[in-house]
Design a protein around this ligand. Sequence first.
Ligand code: PLP
Length: 459
Amino acid sequence: MEGLAQTNDLTEVIEADRAHMWHHLSQHKQYETVDPRIIVEGRGMRVWDAAGKEYLDAVSGGVWTVNVGYGRESIANAVRDQLIKMNYFAHSAGSIPASLFSKRLISKMPGLSRVYYSNSGSEANEKVFKMVRQISHRHHGGRKGKILFRERDYHGTTITALATSGQPQRAEQYGPLTPGFVMVPHCLEYRKQWDVANYGERAADAIEDVILREGPDTIGALCLEPVTAGGGVIVPPEGYWARVQEICRKYDILLHIDEVVCGLGRTGTWFGYQNFGVQPDFVTMAKGVASGYAAISCTVTTEAVFEMFKDAPDDPLSYFRDISTFGGCTAGPVAALENMRIIENEGLLDNTLKMGARVLDNLRALQEKHPVIGDVRGKGLFCGAELVADRTTKEPADEKRVAAVVADVMAQGVIIGMTNRSIPGFNNTLCLSPALIARPDDIDQITDAIDGALTRVFG
Ligand code: PLP
């Protein structure tokens, strides 16, 4: 594989990048002194940059996406064949891949039955917000349109999705945001807000407090990540989800679970919520649905919700008046079908559980050695290590030093992530989300690199 990257004239590529590219989440001033990193090739869990340097990717394409790994010819071939046959038609008509993928997807999601296609996680979430608002107008006189979201969660980048951001820096300077979204407290037990034994139930009760304050009849939905991703890899404590479900049922509030990171397979089950025995009314997904081989997102809901848009055929406003042009691309569902087949045929859910346990074991061993690791947490191949300046006070480690750990790991040829410039004072968690194909040696290489970096940066 060595030298693969050098087959093109990359000088031209880098010049074009410097002259014309505007990278995501990047301060471009840095490129006055260093070259932008250009990733040119990927195989399995490894990628190569333009300079030919090899990396073990422990973040699945940077943002929890390439779940089945790079270079999957069977996905590329399925997409190629489908594109030649029929690439696109607006989704007011059906398509063979969308029907077949919907059926397969729903077979893994008991209690849900309808799939609405769009292009990104933000958009999939916006579809829910629109459905909830329309249900409020049609069935509750417009009064039940507020949507709750949770501190430290993230649901996307559009102005409305930012209104649901529990990571304040994401939304700063982009206001005014869409009104009608209300925040509930986070549930991270390591940073306790209540001194009680049944922390999970108490954290869920805090949602009920907000509902009562706002007025239960004004709230249409509660939107939560099953395991909070960019907000610090937060696995809700025991008892949390059961109580959340109870509260939603008590006040007739639709439960929307944002599986954009956890679906498909990231936590060792098809969806994150399936770890917790909870039954959602809406599930949204994007990144891992087709492992980044095509752009696709899905908003999945129940027959009961679907029926609410069918009950007044003579009312010109009664149906869901929404379209995403590229929701009609066939590449997405065809790639997603093959992605699901790979996960099943290669036993990747099982592998995720085994390798996830290894990540946590290795991180806990590092915690013994490095006092800077305050907390280790995760579910499946979705793990984090929170770094603190002092284990007793839990004062977060300095963000620049956390970033220095990530940079040191990168210099060793391993790519990891961190909670990045989203929660003031709390951008202190190292994030690991390797592809679901990871082997024991890969996991050990990742945690060995972190070990070395922590020694160099924190002593
Ligand atoms: N929801 C969650 C939990 C996410 O982590 C993200 C992106 O990171 C999104 C939604 C938004 O997805 P997209 O970037 O595809 O719009």
